[in-house]
Design a protein around this ligand. Structure first.
Ligand code: GLN
Length: 441
């Protein structure tokens, strides 16, 4: 624990928002004492992990990498984090990310852009960039990211590690700072499928404090080793034939499909329903939800407050000064699509498209067991290069957001293309995703 804290302290990649050294060292001492006295130990006893800086851990800073919450300390602990603590895991660090999860590069943060673990001139990806980098550099054994539209899977792909967005509702969202509540997912980033499985099992389960959770069965090691169930996989032709895809990613992806065919699995081409509207559907809904969720941050109950001449001014100055440009863009956009005159045209249309996307997935999963996709159409850009082009940043999410809208279990594995492969299955079939990952490994 001490060695890892020292490495994190040097903060070479800007992956650290705050160190949890006091908590970590105290817990490590307790673990030593437990082992010495021969007491029973937990499944994750003494395993050091990192936490994206959007999760509550009582008494620690939870800043969401924002000016607004830079001095905010959590009043309670998130359910998922509590479960890890109960299993004996030791939290080392709150990790840098895009502010409130808004971004795909971990540059939208007051703590400095997170550098890619493989090439430090490039972005780490985002929003859970710090979490992916800490795992890639072995500063943490696993990290807990958050994935609303790709924020676990994309940085995992950019830094060559595994990252799972479980089925929506499998893990409680209680105590994670809400971005877009209907797609927000808690999930692990780690260096092996086995670590992903174990951490997923520990965090899963129904939680009375999050009414969207459900009780799932634990996934056993044997289940993952059995790959007989997977006979047919599919991929979206229109993803691969899009003009936006990097030619090498396309060639590598198609070569991976050939290899899979060679292993006796049937590979089918699928059509993504209205793939051109995917990114705009996601951003319409994500912006609407974040505008609503972040309206609570007005300087009254939490975080920074700048006094104006009257209450309205106070709200306005506090929010204008303390939200980043990107977060303001989303709040304004979200309020616009929700407002009278626009909501029927835009927001309701987005909801409708989302239903059709989900129906389409259901149809696809009658034909195939698994859907594969590249994680991103592009390789990671240089730090600073895409900052002034929000639209390009949004479009780079083209392959991750659909699985979020469908609330499907989707795993990034560091294989197949330069930024990895995404493995997706139907709802609550997280075990099948891990099985297939194991099969490809
Ligand atoms: N890049 C996407 C966005 O900015 C996804 C972010 C996330 O999953 N938190 O919305």
């Amino acid at each position: 624990v001490q060695d890892r804290l020292d490495l994190l302290k040097s903060n070479t990649y800007n992956s650290v928002n705050s160190l949890l050294d006091k908590i970590a060292l105290e817990l490590a001492t307790k673990v030593d004492a437990k082992i010495e006295s021969g007491q029973e130990i937990g499944l994750l006893e003494g395993i050091p992990f990192g936490i994206k800086d959007v999760y509550m851990l009582q008494g620690t800073y939870t800043t969401a990498s924002s000016d607004l919450l830079k001095n905010y300390k959590s009043a309670y602990t998130a359910t998922a984090i509590q479960k890890l603590l109960d299993a004996g895991a030791i939290p080392l660090v709150k990790e840098n990310c895009d502010s409130f999860g808004h971004g795909s590069s971990s540059e939208n943060t007051i703590f400095g852009a997170v550098k890619n673990a493989i090439n430090s001139d490039l972005v780490s990806g985002g929003s859970s960039g710090g979490s992916a980098v800490n795992v890639a550099k072995d500063y943490t054994v696993f990290s807990i990211g958050g994935d609303t539209g790709g924020s676990i899977r994309q940085p995992a792909g950019y830094n060559n590690v595994f990252g799972l967005k479980p089925t929506y509702g499998r893990i409680s969202r209680f105590g994670i700072m809400a971005y877009a509540s209907s797609t927000d997912c808690v999930g692990p980033i780690a260096k092996s499928i086995e670590d992903i499985r174990i951490v997923l099992n520990v965090m899963s389960g129904k939680d009375i404090k999050d009414q969207t959770t459900y009780q799932s069965e634990k996934i056993s090691k044997e289940t993952i080793l059995n790959t007989d169930e997977i006979k047919t996989i599919g991929y979206f032709k229109n993803f691969i034939e899009s003009d936006a895809i990097d030619s090498q990613i396309k060639a590598d992806f198609l070569a991976s499909m050939e290899k899979i065919k060679g292993k006796g699995i049937e590979v089918k081409e699928l059509d993504f329903f209205e793939s051109d509207t995917l990114v705009s559907t996601y951003y319409t809904l994500a912006m609407a939800e974040t505008a609503s969720n972040l309206s609570r941050l007005d300087g009254t109950n939490y975080g920074s407050r700048i006094e104006g001449d009257n209450l309205k001014d106070t709200y306005s100055i506090t929010r204008s000064e303390n939200f980043s440009e990107e977060s303001k863009r989303r709040i304004v956009g979200g309020n616009q699509v929700l407002s009278q005159g626009f909501s029927d045209e835009i927001y309701l249309k987005g909801l409708n498209l989302r239903d059709q996307i989900s129906d389409n997935f259901e149809k696809d999963f009658k034909e195939v067991d698994i859907i594969l996709s590249p994680v991103t159409p592009n390789t990671p850009p240089k730090i600073g290069d895409s900052l002034n082009d929000p639209l390009a940043m949004y479009l780079s999410d083209a392959y991750t957001v659909g699985f979020s809208l469908g609330q499907l279990p989707t795993l990034t594995i560091p294989k197949g293309t330069a930024t990895g492969l995404q493995i997706s299955a139907s709802k609550n079939n997280d075990a099948l995703v891990l099985q297939f990952a194991n099969f490809l490994n």
